[in-house]
Design a protein around this ligand. Sequence first.
Ligand SMILES: Cc1cc2nc3c(=O)[nH]c(=O)nc-3n(C[C@H](O)[C@H](O)[C@H](O)COP(=O)(O)O)c2cc1C
Length: 163
Amino acid sequence: MQIKVNYEDIFERLNGQLPKGVFLNTDFEGKYNTMTIGWALMGICWGQPVVCVAVRFSRYTYELLEQSGKFTLSIPKSGAMTKELSLCGSRSGRDVDKFELCGFKKSNIIDKCDLHIECEVVQKTAMNKDFIEKSIKSRYYRTDDYHMFYFGKITDCYYTKEG
Ligand SMILES: Cc1cc2nc3c(=O)[nH]c(=O)nc-3n(C[C@H](O)[C@H](O)[C@H](O)COP(=O)(O)O)c2cc1C
């Protein structure tokens, strides 16, 4: 069962969970993957509610997102799913089926979470390598594995009972 919620009402929940990890789910032609993210921005752009996520080019998630043009964020309850967040933040979907390893139902959401944001990519932009503040470059981009920023318009936002 889905219970709709306004995106304005879940800012604190999303921002509070990001440092611990949120699931970024992608699927394309029957291939399902999820990865843990710690960075995301939610707000208004182009006159509509938008979520921006940062995905490094090396991720399998990047490959799937390039093809599917859509993603979903699934937010665990506070303090929950620490093992799954750790696994999905360290193993690549290129090498393992994370849905199977974690016992998740194959779907565009993580059924063990209770809050979900569905997004359709309306813009993407690669980082400008010529403009990165020095300390950020040395802390996050020593190997030149930069981020693609995907802007997804929020198409649905809801709680599920299973979580
Ligand atoms: C807490 C946490 C936050 C993370 N945040 C991001 C992120 O925002 N962007 C990103 O590209 N990778 C992030 N990662 C790393 C990916 O989750 C990790 O490399 C994952 O194995 C990629 O999976 P994939 O190859 O199946 O896409 C994070 C990892 C952890 C543990």
